[in-house]
Design a protein around this ligand. Sequence first.
Ligand code: GLA
Length: 391
Amino acid sequence: MDNRYKHLDKLSSEFERRFGSAPTLASRAPGRVNLIGEHTDYNDGWVLPVALPFEVNVAARPREDGCVRIVAADLGQEAEFGPEDTEPSEDLWLRYPQGVAVEMRRDGHPLVGLDAVYGGDVPRGAGLSSSAAVEVSWVQAFALASGLSLPGPEIALLSKRVENEFVGVPTGVMDQFISALGREGHALLLDCRTLEYRHIPINLPGVSIVVVDTGGRRELASSEYSRRRADCEAAVERLRTRLGDIRALRDVTPEQLEANADVLDEVQLKRARHVVSENARTLEAADALTAGDAPRIGELMNASHTSLRDLYEVSSPELDAVVEIAGGVEGVIGARMTGGGFGGSAVALVREEAVEPLRDALAEQYPPRAGRAATVYVCKAAQGAEAKRLS
Ligand code: GLA
């Protein structure tokens, strides 16, 4: 079933109502879930995400005067900005399209203006990269309208810059990269240092990717995220006194870490142990996925969760509850928290016959532990971002 551009009809009607004629182009970009490789991207390591069948669409028509008029269909908001408006808007939602236009122009791309309506169904605040989907979808729309053909990695880096510098969140490159370059039926193994990537077929017949939104929102996420980054950088500084010219935890083997554990304080050692072991798990998981070795992938996912909970300390009681409940259901291959942590979602690989039992177990056991219900999404890996002309 082709479920791409699923919001386009609705957004086109809205466009006609607001701007008086039909849009001439559209873009789409998906959210993501990371199968494994958590808090490794900003340590120059590896990640293994998939694009989800939730997406942001932009319906647009170019304007010659460089101005951009935008309707945010899901937010009931409307705003406009011109090429000279390069300071981040007071309105957080507007910073995304505005940041995209500013950063693209900063890169020397000549941009036309747009009339546009956008919206989508990537759950917000659930750790499924709704921000990256918005950024990448806007890059796609501006690029097509302006006659530019940008390679996927460039789209990802541009979008990441919008997130870091315009929205002000110091994330790594994973979310934007998978949104820009995901492939249906595949996970994406990305080397976050070199940006080399490989699409890995999800060679697990009869297995679903199940995303469980805990409903817990990530209040701590941004301050703790920055602290984790700082812990990792401090660990690298200290390890450098022994290991010479290392740039990131990516350059440290488990053996080197243990042999030099005494230069790190207790917290730094825990953080580094997570990152170094998670990198190894991620590379092994990519091989296991290629080989169709479900039990091994499950073990690696479960080990990843334990490491994120105990060493990196970014899980939450709700995430732990989901993972524990899932672990008690026969046919669940593996489960872990996914994304930044402190709330948001967990991901599980689940045999089809175990999907309903998992739903039942969560419906019964999660609310008494969390005080709210979890939301379950059963997904297949979706296609990354694109744009098309409508007329
Ligand atoms: C967030 C960030 C990503 C990545 C994950 C943790 O999702 O946006 O860049 O760092 O956390 O793996």
